[in-house]
Design a binder for this molecule. Structure first.
Ligand code: 4AD
Length: 475
């Protein structure tokens, strides 16, 4: 029989052994936490992948990272703990005490008590070598493994931060996020770059959705629906274009940031939003991901930091399309595509215009009406037959954003839709102009082109985790 007293003593014993266990059980930290040194003197456990191995006479030095930081954690172990399986790329779990380091390179290091190899990695077969700095072209060949490289880890951290910052920017500026559909029955841009969506075998001849359906090329028209009730809306998601292009700035699947603002009356107000978004997000990302961005500005695009700094301090100039054509016509550059009023601007023209304006982003406004989709607002008073549309051209990339004021006048819009035979397809869009129509405008920003622009990355395939483009859909 147990007495009350002995049962209390039993509880005390259990509690004290739990406390003892807690004292001894290592605290699990992420590498970013460990390298910060906040748990100095604590018994800790980290898990990650080996980024370097240096066996010395007495000690073994490892660098381990789990993707949470640009900094690797230095592990110091005695040479008896050395294991042939401890190779570059292997996955490990290390326990030990976090100490001050005597080495200048890092303030803290982990004195290992135990190193456990969780996943082996044969260094001969592993495509990345410990001492080599691999080019972006080389690592692109291994989409399933490239996140193991320093440069691609940095890219992914920057991409994640930029994405969050864009959402924060819109939230802080009073925009409502709208989840626009991926599958749609409209072709917003009318450029014939649609991927059709249909199950492989339909028993009847009918479409699955009763109407032809496509992967979205833009969420704009859905945002316009919402801008009939919310004065500021945005969307940020994947967008698809069946462009038969292998270019360094086109993908078949890319992410687009789109905003729509009701009661907006001028292109100048629209360009202010575009410039503010660009500068605010960039300043935040440069500050929040300083070391990751430095890696790009040092090794991938030397000198690019200066270009970015100039972009952030100067006001983006605005020129009209007609002025742009004049500049191009008066240039001594030999363009592949000839220029005359009415032609579409090609990448070579866009890059020239950016250089001409001092290698900073430049807005080009008031494009020929016939070059723009049906939704663009007609500049009625302009004898040159233009639309209130604007593109933002940026150094190294060319077009980063495309936007316009939207045609809010029912009669003008109806006439345009009739002209192109779309008045029935877009009867719902005409309704938006029948019931409480207001002047409004919006734009789309290509997220991958944005990353190319701030990091100085030449090829768009190097700023997206899994690039999709014509004749390639790996993984
Ligand atoms: O100029 P775009 O075609 O504009 C629209 O789709 C509008 N409906 C957006 C709007 O007003 N809401 O595309 C916007 C941006 C381009 O400026 C470019 O940065 C990017 O999307 N983009 C691409 N990025 C990568 N690969 C492609 N194939 C792209 N096509 C456009």
């Amino acid at each position: 029989m147990f007495s009350v007293a002995s049962s209390a003593a039993g509880h005390r014993r259990i509690l004290s052994s739990i406390r003892h266990y807690c004292k001894r059980a290592p605290k699990k930290l992420r590498i970013s936490e460990a390298v910060s040194g906040s748990e100095l003197g604590t018994n800790i456990k980290v898990q990650g992948w080996v980024r370097s191995v240096r066996p010395q006479k007495k000690n073994l030095f490892l660098h381990v990272n789990d993707g949470s930081s640009t900094k690797h954690l230095q592990i110091v172990a005695s040479s008896e703990q050395s294991d042939p399986l401890l190779t570059f790329g292997s996955a490990v779990e290390v326990t030990g005490v976090l100490k001050k380091s005597t080495h200048q390179k890092q303030p803290f290091e982990l004195e290992a008590h135990q190193i456990h190899v969780i996943g082996e990695c044969n260094p001969v077969d592993f495509p990345f070598k410990i001492k080599d700095r691999h080019s972006m072209e080389y690592i692109r060949q291994f989409p399933h493994l490239r996140c193991r490289t320093n440069v691609f880890s940095s890219l992914l951290r920057i991409r994640g931060e930029a994405s969050t910052t864009i959402h924060t920017y819109f939230k802080e500026n009073g925009y409502i996020q709208i989840h626009t559909p991926i599958i749609t029955s409209n072709d917003c841009e009318g450029a014939g770059e649609l991927f059709h969506v249909e199950p492989p075998s339909m028993e009847t001849d009918e479409n699955f959705f009763s109407v032809p359906a496509f992967l979205t090329v833009s969420g704009q028209l859905h945002l316009e629906v919402m801008s009939g009730a919310f004065s500021k809306v945005y969307t940020f998601g994947p967008t698809f274009r069946a462009e038969n292009s292998q270019s360094r700035r086109h993908l078949a699947e890319f992410y687009m940031v789109e905003a729509e603002v009701s009661f907006m009356q001028s292109l100048e107000d629209l360009t202010k939003v575009m410039e503010d978004l660009f500068k605010s997000v960039t300043e935040h990302v440069l500050a929040q991901c300083a070391e990751d961005v430095d890696l790009f500005h040092k090794h991938v695009s030397p000198g690019h930091r200066d270009t970015i700094n100039v972009m952030l301090t100067k006001r983006f100039p605005t020129i009209t399309y007609s002025e742009a054509i004049d500049i191009l016509n008066h240039s001594s550059e030999k363009f592949i595509f000839p220029t005359q009023w009415g032609c579409d601007l090609q990448t070579e023209h866009e890059k020239y215009l950016v250089k001409h304006c001092g290698n900073i982003p430049v807005f080009v406004t008031d494009y020929p009406y016939d070059l723009k989709p049906f939704y663009a607002r007609h500049n009625k008073d302009d004898p040159e037959h233009t639309a209130a549309a604007v593109d933002l051209l940026v150094p190294g990339v060319g077009e980063l954003c495309g936007g316009s004021l939207r045609e809010e006048r029912l009669d003008v819009l109806r006439a345009r839709l009739e002209e192109v035979g779309l008045e029935h397809t877009y009867s719902w869009y005409l309704d938006l102009r029948r019931f409480g129509s207001v002047p409004h405008g919006g734009f789309g920003l290509g997220f991958e082109r944005y990353l190319q622009c701030i990091l100085g990355v030449d090829n768009i395939k190097d700023v997206i985790p899994f690039p999709r483009f014509s004749r390639s859909c790996l993984l």
